[in-house]
Design a protein around this ligand. Structure first.
Ligand SMILES: NC(=O)NCCC[C@H](N)C(=O)O
Length: 258
């Protein structure tokens, strides 16, 4: 059943202690991050999404990156087992939130690890990044969870960035977009458009032609507008200092059954 709810999670006061793996650590301004988060959630609401706040996890610095803790396919919420140990406690509140929304709940189990940032859905194709956070057992468990429901899981090597969706996302027509230097195997994607900025590879589909995109990718926003899309620009600079991108701050739930 079509639904337009988006899970979000308020930043922890300890946000500045969040993990950094592929970039130099820069000082995070937590007050500014909270303002940016408010503006991001407001942009979702403005474009028709009801935001549902997961209870905050103040002791978990990276908890605002809620995308990594759950993957939705149809009405099934697959609770992840994040690759970084320091992030595992984040799933508890998320599990409660998705159960309360009527999802059928499933889990990634040890020895599997999976971060939601490694999962890109394009129709019924689910690309799963095998990289620093998601292991082979995690990929197999995604197959076991979703292929019986009609998905086809395609594993993709990820070595240059934190997550698959730090490298690529997809436009409403299914074209995969990304910044070539950050992508291990662009040829794995049947329809691919190269974009001029790393942050330009990250879009959140808001419905119709509207795409949420970071203010760090002005040339890509221009390119996408020129192709008939409608970019909605948000400033998420404080989250980008922690390797976050527009996708990681929400989980859209489009097929809730309840
Ligand atoms: N899906 C995402 O892009 N998540 C970003 C997570 C950033 C966080 N600092 C981490 O390293 O886990």
């Amino acid at each position: 059943m079509p639904s337009k709810k988006a899970l979000v999670r308020r930043p922890s006061p300890r946000l500045a202690e969040g993990l950094v793996t592929h970039i130099e650590r820069e000082k995070v301004d937590v007050d500014r991050a909270v303002e940016q988060w408010e503006a991001y959630t407001e942009a979702l609401r403005t474009h028709g999404w009801e935001t549902v706040e997961v209870d905050p996890a103040d002791d978990c610095p990276d908890s605002v990156f809620v995308e990594d803790t759950v993957v939705m396919y149809k009405n099934v919420a697959l609770i992840t087992r994040p690759g970084a140990r320091s992030r595992r406690a984040e799933t508890i509140g998320v599990e409660e939130a998705v159960a309360a929304l009527g999802c059928s709940v499933n889990w990634i189990w040890e020895p599997g690890t999976l971060d939601g940032g490694d999962v890109l859905k394009v129709g019924d194709t689910i690309y799963v990044g095998r990289g620093g956070r998601t292991n082979a057992a995690g990929v197999q468990q995604v197959r076991a969870a979703f292929e019986p429901l009609g998905a086809r899981v395609v594993a993709v090597p990820v070595s240059k960035v934190l997550h698959l969706k730090s490298a690529v996302t997809a436009l409403p027509d299914g074209t995969v977009i990304g910044h070539i230097p950050k992508i291990d195997r662009p040829a794995l994607f049947p329809r691919f458009l190269s974009v001029p900025e790393e942050a330009g590879g990250h879009v959140v589909l808001l419905g119709g032609h509207k795409l949420l995109i970071s203010a760090s990718a002005p040339k890509t926003a221009e390119l996408l507008a020129d192709l008939g899309h409608d970019p909605v620009v948000v400033d998420i600079s404080e989250f980008e200092k922690l390797e976050g991108c527009v996708t990681c701050l929400s989980v859209r739930m489009r097929e809730l059954y309840a």
